[in-house]
Design a protein around this ligand. Sequence first.
Ligand SMILES: Cc1cc2nc3c(=O)[nH]c(=O)nc-3n(C[C@H](O)[C@H](O)[C@H](O)COP(=O)(O)OP(=O)(O)OC[C@H]3O[C@@H](n4cnc5c(N)ncnc54)[C@H](O)[C@@H]3O)c2cc1C
Length: 407
Amino acid sequence: MSHENHTLGGEQSGTRILVLGGGYAGVLAAVRVARRTRRRGGRVTLVNPSDRFVERLRLHQLSTGQQLADHRLPDLLAGTGVAFMRGLAVGLDRTARTVDVDTQDGRRQLGYDILVYALGSVTDTDAVPGAADHAYTLAGPAAARLAGRLTELAAAAGRVAVVGAGLTGVESAAEIAETFPGLGVTLLSRDEPGPMMGDAARAYLNRGLDRLGVEVRSGADVTKVLPAGVEVAGDPEPVAADAVVWTIGVRALPLAEQAGLAVDAQGRILVDEALRSESDPAVYAVGDAAAVRQPWGMIHGTCQSGIPTAAHAADSIGRRLRGRRPKPFRFGYIHQPVSLGRRDAVIQFTHADDSPRRWYLKGRAAVRYKELVSGSPPAFFRLSRWFNVPILMLVPGRGPRWLRRGR
Ligand SMILES: Cc1cc2nc3c(=O)[nH]c(=O)nc-3n(C[C@H](O)[C@H](O)[C@H](O)COP(=O)(O)OP(=O)(O)OC[C@H]3O[C@@H](n4cnc5c(N)ncnc54)[C@H](O)[C@@H]3O)c2cc1C
C-alpha cells in the first residue's frame, strides 16, 4: 500500500480536505470548499469509484435504456482546484486520519485534516427475503441490466412488478410503461401512490398512471420476492412477474459505522448544526449519508436537501479555517417533483417540512419545471461555487434561508 500524508500533490502545507463520494452532494461540496478555502491553503481531493458522474435523478430513464449525457468528473472539476482520484474508499482510520482507497494501481492511503463524507445511500434490498437475489434496483450496473431485461420482455409481452409507490417507484413504473407499452406494469405498495402529496396532485398522478396503463395495487404488503414474482401478505397466490423492480427503503454504506462514527438506524452520520459529525469534529457529512435534524424534523434523502447540506458544509469549513463560528444549517423543502414518463409530470409544492401546499403544477409546465430542477450538471456545479442552488431562485414564494448569494 502506498501512504500519502497529503493529498495527491504530496505538498507539505495547507489543510487537506478529503471528499469521499462524487455524487451531487460530494461534487458540490468539493468545488465549493475549494473556492471557500483557497486563500487559506485548502487542498481538496475528491474520491469516487468511477470517473463518470451518475445523474441519480435520472436512473429511471437509464433503466429503460435511454441514453443520458456523459459527464466525466475530471471535466466537471476542471479549473476548480479540486484533485480527482478514481477509487473506492474501503477503510477509515479516524485516529490516524487516513482513508484506505482501492485504485486501479492498488491500495492507497490518503491522509486528511478534514473529511467530507458524501457516500450517498443504496436501496435496501435486505428488507424482505429474495429481494437481493431476484429483484432489480435502479443503482449503477443494475440499471443497465434492467434495461436489457425490459427490452427482452417487451418483445414477449412480459409482466413487470414495481415494488414501492414512493416517488422513485412511481417514476419507474411510469417510465417503463411509456417506453415499453407492450409490457404489463403493476405498481405494488402498502400506501397509495404519492402518499405525501395533496389530494389534487395525487389525483393527477393516479390519472397519469392510469393513462399509461399501470395497474396500481395499493394495500399490498410484499413479503417475499420470488424468481418469477412476489408474495403479498394475505394473498394465497403470488403476483406473477417476469421482472421485479425494488424501490423501497434506503440505507447508508457501512464505512461510517465501521469507523465508529455515531450513526442513526439507517447508518447515516449524526451531525450537528454545522453538519459536523457529532462524534468526530474532523468529519462533515452531507447528502443522503447525513442524518440532519431541523426544527420541523429529520431531513429525508433527496437531491433537494442534499445539495444545500453540501453547500453549507463547505461554507462551515471555510468559516472554520478563518477562525469564525459556523452558522446553523436551516433547510425547508419546496417541492416534490415527479415525472410520469417523458411527456407528463406533476410537481407538488410543499411547506418546509415537505407537507403539501395547495398549489401544484401538471402536464407540460411540470415537465419543463422538472427538467429545469434536474439541471445540467456542468453548469450547475460551475455556478455552485458562488451561488446557492441558483435554479431555485426561479421559484416564487419565500425561499429557504440558505438561498442567498455566497461571498
Ligand atoms: C430514480 C430516482 C429519482 C430521484 N429523483 C429525485 C428528484 O426528483 N428530486 C430529488 O431531490 N431527489 C431525487 N432522488 C434522490 C437523489 O437522487 C439522492 O437523494 C441524491 O442522489 C443523493 O446525493 P448524494 O450525493 O448524497 O449521493 P449519490 O448521488 O448516491 O452519490 C454518492 C456517490 O458516492 C460514491 N461512492 C459510493 N461508495 C463509495 C466509496 N466506498 N468510495 C468512494 N465513493 C463511493 C458513489 O459512486 C456516488 O458517486 C431520486 C433518486 C432516484 C433513485
